[in-house]
Ligand binder design. Structure first.
Ligand code: NDP
Length: 485
């Protein structure tokens, strides 16, 4: 790849690109063609040490700056990202295979939103005054210190910013490890933050697999770990962080329900199901992959869904007409094809798709199964690909119980024109991020995160501040101290 925005080395540490070719070679494969477009090297213990020690050294001075000064740098970085949106979006497309039609509006722009939002909040982070008669208590909102961010491969720019922006706004330093599958974009985030004036060491990016993530999570200098990844990885990372009594945010997987009642606007409901299953070729944690459709409208819904899904344009992700890209890797494609075979073997009715597309790259046709039952594997496990399971239901009570009958709890959606029912149903959903007559909106202003096995903590919104800072409370006595003796 010869791309103007291509990072120039594997790591970004202490304000500069750093290479160490003695680390394990990690090929970067373009999912649309299977070609190697770049190579990075996993961090060696020396690189891990450089990243952690420079972050640790830089953090105290950063925390002493005013929030307004910190925020100004973040907002400047947001402006640079927006100015360079096109080249950063092309890089995101090379990193992930996602179509440019999506990356132009959903990735660098979402990262810029986070930097702008948390940059704006930084100057208003204060404690409170609590009167106690003559005495009083005041609280101080302090940074946690050194934070580690570990990312999944589906939104490499967004994840790097969603973690970095609130961490930096609160006065922390961050060491970020992207997924080995998509190592490029976070490096650009680091480069741009420093171009915007971030002092060296405050946002370092190092590459590697789980082993490098593990070294970061267990280091005693680290105060907080924020992971976006799968539930099994989340359990391991949470346990490792717990042994060092570190703060955590866990943004993990899901198998979220999308419930469509028979009074819903069918076109909107079909649109919601498409957005909630096929955006980013289905590689979205919050996807509503269990689509419960009332039996009265099931066939009408399926007919429209199949027609619209068959209109998806699979092709060169860099062509802005393309609206459906490949799976991120060959391995992920094979995992998803395996689930499709399971769906067929379990007797689900294939409505469309159901196979690899006949073209280069790791493309799977958007797939819809109907007549799916709760006990099928495709209704229970997170597939993380373009496979929608449509299940029937008859009553509100029944569908609420079935929607909640999962270990996951990331998202839930409902389509209905009955206002009371919409709120009643969402009120009973065991999920962190919910939608009424919509699906998968994730503005930076709204908290994002899961319940149950889907995670702990929240990203985005003012909530994220609570997860990247801690409160010190100070009791101030105005009179004499009374003592027993
Ligand atoms: P993984 O859980 O496989 O990996 C996530 C990250 O953790 C990667 O950077 C990985 O490194 C790293 N890692 C793996 N093992 C360890 C370990 N023992 N210690 C520290 N770090 C480790 O997830 P994927 O990358 O496959 O992403 C897909 C998953 O992410 C899905 O389950 C999806 O639902 C979830 N996700 C959740 C989101 C949310 O906000 N809730 C958003 C997006 C995705 P490496 O891969 O390089 O080995």
């Amino acid at each position: 790849m010869t791309h103007p925005a291509q990072p120039t080395a594997s790591h970004f540490i202490n304000g500069a690109y750093v290479e160490d070719t003695s680390g394990t070679e990690i090929p970067v494969i373009y999912a649309a063609t299977g070609e190697r477009i770049a190579t990075v090297h996993a961090a060696t213990p020396d690189i891990v040490e450089q990243a952690l020690s420079s972050a640790k050294a830089a953090q105290k001075e950063w925390a002493k700056m005013t929030g307004t000064e910190r925020g100004r740098i973040l907002r400047r970085a947001a402006d640079i990202i927006r100015d360079r949106n096109h080249e950063l979006s092309v890089l995101e497309t090379y990193d992930t295979g996602k179509p440019l039609q999506e990356t132009l509006v959903a990735d660098a722009t979402s990262g810029a939103d986070a930097l702008e939002y948390f940059g704006g909040l930084a100057g208003s982070l204060t404690g409170e005054h609590i009167p106690m008669g003559e005495d009083w208590v005041y609280t101080v909102r302090e940074p946690l210190g050194l934070c580690v961010g570990i990312g999944a491969w589906n939104y490499p720019t967004q994840i790097a910013c969603w973690k970095g922006a609130p961490a930096l706004a609160c006065g922390n330093a961050m060491v970020f490890k992207p997924s080995e599958t998509t190592p490029l974009c976070a490096l650009k985030v680091a480069e741009i933050l420093h171009e915007a004036g971030l002092p060296a060491g405050l946002y370092n990016v190092i590459q590697g697999m789980g082993e490098v993530g593990g070294a970061l999570v267990t280091d005693p200098r680290v105060d907080k770990v924020s992971l976006t990844g799968s539930v099994p990885t989340g359990k391991k990372v949470y346990a490792a962080a717990a042994s060092g009594m570190k703060h955590v945010t866990m943004e993990l997987g899901g198998k979220s329900p999308l419930i469509i009642f028979d009074d819903a606007d069918i076109d909107n409901a079909v649109g919601g199901a498409i957005n909630g299953n096929f955006y980013s070729s289905g590689q979205v944690c919050s996807n509503g992959t269990r689509v419960f459709v009332h039996k009265n409208i099931k066939e009408e819904f399926l007919k429209s869904l199949a027609e619209r899904t068959n209109n998806a344009i699979l092709g060169n992700p860099l062509d802005e007409e393309t609206n459906f890209g490949p799976m991120v890797t060959e391995n992920q494609m094979n995992i998803v094809l395996g689930y499709i075979e399971k769906g067929k073997a379990e007797g689900a009715r294939l409505i469309c798709g159901g196979e690899r597309a006949d073209m280069d790259g790791y493309y799977i046709k958007p797939t819809v199964f109907a007549d799916v039952t709760d006990d099928m594997v495709i209704a229970q496990e997170e597939i993380f690909g373009p496979v929608m399971a449509v299940l029937d239901f008859e009553t509100e009570e029944e569908v609420i119980a079935r929607a909640n009958a999962t270990e996951f709890g990331l998202s839930a959606g409902v389509f209905t024109n009955d206002l009371s029912r919409a709120h009643r149903v969402i009120g009973q959903m065991e999920a962190g991020s919910c939608f009424i007559n919509s699906y998968n909106d994730a503005p930076v202003e709204a908290p994002f995160g899961g319940v149950k096995a889907s995670g702990v903590g929240r990203e985005n919104s003012k909530e994220a501040i609570n997860h990247f800072s801690q409160v010190k409370s100070v009791y101030v006595r105005m009179g004499d101290v009374e003592a027993a003796f």
